[in-house]
Write a protein that binds this ligand. Structure first.
Ligand SMILES: Cc1cc2nc3c(=O)[nH]c(=O)nc-3n(C[C@H](O)[C@H](O)[C@H](O)COP(=O)(O)OP(=O)(O)OC[C@H]3O[C@@H](n4cnc5c(N)ncnc54)[C@H](O)[C@@H]3O)c2cc1C
Length: 383
């Protein structure tokens, strides 16, 4: 087990992709004595349970900027981290089912194009060339961006962790944060079930549990946990769904992994708060019907496994990044269903800020106080 020290310069709470990438970029930006604590195992939270899709086709300028910057990083991440992250750029094919949605996606495309994201509207025939066997006659439009895709969440997180360790980051697994030390409204460290770590900077990357960590310092953030189910089929011949097929009104995302399995998910009705990683028969039934309706070739294939994980939701489905009312106590949380894909850029810009540099992207509008001010920046392109 890694040697325990009761002082650090920075403590990062949470060993998901957000905490690990943040720790890596802090070290890369010259910060020293960084300790990452994780109550369970690395990737044991939402990161190891996600669909791992990566896209730049967003509906708000902030998410477009974050999305394309993240793609730029993903495309050279193997080289940077010295290990494959399993990037596969089959593109995202977005499906619209009504005129209102078509208009929203068209506006989104115009916004994306204005920011250098080369998404485009395509017809059913082109959609079928990208996604063979697609049966979507009831759709009214399709949008595609070929640089989108997916990566392996375990490989990506472990690649970041190993690179962070090479830069001196210390990682304590099975170490639960039980309190935040605050004096004169400044953070002073963390209490854990293994002892205290005194530190002048603490970063809350605890995913769906970030609200509880925030409360330990007297901060209220309006995020909540929502259980999302997902399943994977047995491997079938490649080429059924090489892109990520996704619809916001249709409430689905479907993609084929490189080894042939098809992975797919949908949002729960009513978006209830829920911390249980339960699985239901109802999900399998509904998801299977959607899968076979869209991709008739999948009829008769077997489901290998189903599971669920938590979305860390905010009222506008955009993350919370930045310092809190307690000096040097930071949040990087509330990533809803897109924290995996945004992690490279989210970790990088927060680290740049903490290191006293100008972040590549100004993220000040993602301050958690926007909710109290009524300044929601609602993202529509979410499942
Ligand atoms: C079914 C599903 C599909 C998804 N699909 C996608 C997708 O296609 N693309 C995408 O970009 N995103 C997707 N997401 C969202 C993505 O998984 C999350 O946004 C992302 O993993 C968040 O990373 P994180 O590091 O913030 O959280 P987590 O991975 O949950 O990590 C937080 C960590 O904090 C630890 N922790 C909590 N409390 C404490 C404590 N007190 N002390 C110490 N450690 C603590 C937890 O154990 C956990 O490991 C999906 C999520 C789900 C559930």
């Amino acid at each position: 087990m890694t040697e325990w020290k009761n002082t650090a310069d920075i403590v990062v709470i949470g060993g998901g992709i957000i905490g690990v990438s943040t720790a890596y970029y802090l070290a890369l930006n010259g910060m020293k004595n960084i300790v990452l604590i994780e109550k369970g195992t690395i990737c044991g939270g939402s990161t190891g349970r996600c669909g791992a899709g990566i896209r730049a086709q967003w509906g708000t300028e902030m998410n477009c900027r974050l999305g394309i910057a993240a793609l730029d990083i993903f495309e050279q991440l193997d080289q940077e981290l010295g290990m494959s992250v399993g990037l596969n750029q089959g593109g995202y094919l977005l499906v619209a089912y009504n005129e209102k949605e078509l208009e929203t996606l068209r506006k989104g495309m115009e916004l994306q194009n204005s920011l250098g994201i080369k998404s485009r509207q395509i017809n059913l025939q082109e959609a079928r060339e990208i996604c063979p066997g697609l049966a979507a006659e009831d759709a009214v439009g399709f949008f595609f961006h070929g640089r989108d895709g997916h990566a392996d969440p375990f490989l990506t997180t472990f690649a970041y962790l190993e690179a962070a360790k090479r830069l001196g980051v210390v990682c304590h697994r099975h170490t639960t944060c039980t309190g935040i030390l605050v004096e004169n409204n400044e953070v002073r460290g963390v209490e854990t079930d293994r002892g205290t770590i005194h530190a002048p900077v603490v970063i809350n990357c605890a995913g769906a549990y970030a609200q509880f960590i925030a409360r330990m310092a007297g901060i209220e953030i309006p995020n909540w946990a929502e259980r999302h189910e997902i399943m994977i089929t047995e491997p079938v011949a490649p080429g059924v769904c090489p892109c990520m097929l996704m619809s916001f009104s249709g409430n689905y995302y479907i993609q084929q992994r490189p080894h042939g399995s098809i992975i797919c998910g949908m949002s729960p009705a009513g978006h209830p708060e829920d911390f249980e990683n339960r699985s239901t028969w109802q999900f399998i039934e509904e998801m299977s019907k959607t899968l076979v309706r869209l991709l008739p070739r999948t009829k008769g294939i077997r489901i290998a496994r189903q599971w669920s994980g938590l979305y860390d939701m905010t009222p506008d489905a955009q993350p919370i990044i930045g310092e809190t009312d307690v000096k040097n106590f930071y949040h990087s949380t509330g990533y809803s269903g897109h924290g995996f894909m945004l992690a490279p850029v989210a970790g990088k810009i927060l680290a740049q800020h903490i290191a006293g540099k100008t972040p590549d992207i100004d993220f000040s509008m993602l301050d958690y106080r926007r909710f109290a001010r009524g300044e929601h920046i609602r993202e529509s392109n979410v499942v």
